[in-house]
Design a protein around this ligand. Structure first.
Ligand SMILES: NC(=O)c1ccc[n+]([C@@H]2O[C@H](COP(=O)([O-])OP(=O)(O)OC[C@H]3O[C@@H](n4cnc5c(N)ncnc54)[C@H](OP(=O)(O)O)[C@@H]3O)[C@@H](O)[C@H]2O)c1
Length: 258
């Protein structure tokens, strides 16, 4: 299948490992010029050389995307080196506190929003004007099954549910400008350095197997590539009638029919 994104410029946040890296690899294989980013220079440099083997135009930027001024600089740097951002994948996110309502104060909620929401909103606002003027753009927000149904801790679930609302609202707003905006909701995805790898390393094989038996109908943890490939399809020319949706990639983990 020719996905029609050769030479499009893509920014994937948090892409030096895990799901973000898989999105970057999959987009690069389709010929997109991808910018990857992360805070740790060593991990980013290693991933960059791997990605350059696929597409030598790949760029890497060391940055903390929770730094609002830094974000504007990142976008300006990409605009200078590679042109307008055609494809934005908002991948950075995660839990900041593993508690419910009684153990979560407002500063914990703000931290979860600062990581999962604020950079996404800011980046969308930075790239949408150019997408509008070229009448083409793709934005994919990496959510979670826990943004769609009960699960995880309060601040993470709330932030991811809000991310799904941002996805829906802006998709409806911008569809007439040729900008398509969707979310992807992973279930438990294991990868080197990720939280589910730690869970498997820190628990007995019996505990891990019980977890799989009780939660994952497909019989194993997820892996990043199916998410990277779905994101690439959503970023493509071929996804033309898809917007404002959230797609689970979860091995049957979710229970909701919506
Ligand atoms: N893995 C799962 O099972 C799962 C399930 C549902 C949803 N998700 C969602 O999928 C997304 C990715 O998950 P993951 O497991 O691949 O995450 P991860 O293992 O935490 O990897 C995150 C990536 O983002 C970078 N990063 C983290 N904070 C950053 C920041 N402030 N600025 C710039 N880069 C940053 C990391 O590099 P540095 O640390 O060097 O910055 C790394 O490259 C998240 O939004 C998560 O909520 C994951």
């Amino acid at each position: 299948m020719n996905l029609g994104i050769k030479n499009k410029t893509a920014l994937v946040t948090g892409s030096s490992r895990g799901i973000g890296k898989s999105c970057a690899i999959s987009l690069s294989k389709e010929g997109a010029n991808v910018v990857i980013c992360g805070r740790d220079k060593k991990t980013l440099t290693e991933s960059l050389s791997e990605l350059k083997n696929i597409n030598e135009n790949t760029k890497g930027i060391v940055c903390d995307i929770t730094d609002e001024n830094g974000l504007s600089n990142v976008v300006s740097e990409i605009n200078d080196k590679l042109g307008n951002i055609d494809i934005l994948v908002n991948n950075v996110g995660g839990s900041v506190k593993k508690e419910g309502i009684e153990g979560t104060d407002i500063s914990d909620m703000n931290k979860a929003f600062d990581l999962n929401l604020t950079p996404t909103i800011k980046l969308m606002q930075l790239v949408i004007p150019n997408m509008k003027s070229q009448r083409w753009g793709r934005i994919i927000n990496i959510s979670s099954v826990y943004g769609r149904e009960l699960g995880g801790n309060l601040s993470y679930m709330t932030a991811k549910a809000a991310l799904n609302s941002i996805t829906k609202h802006s998709a409806i707003d911008l569809a007439k400008h040729g900008i398509l905006i969707n979310a992807v909701a992973p279930g438990p995805v294991s990868h080197p350095g990720g939280s589910w790898e730690k869970f498997q390393n820190q628990n007995s094989s019996e505990v891990v197997q019980n977890f799989i038996d009780e939660n994952l109908p497909i019989g194993k943890f997820g892996w990043p590539e199916p998410i990277g490939d779905l994101v690439t399809f959503l970023a493509s020319e071929n996804s033309g009638f898809l917007t404002g949706t959230c797609i689970n990639v979860d091995g049957g983990w979710s229970r909701s029919i919506n």
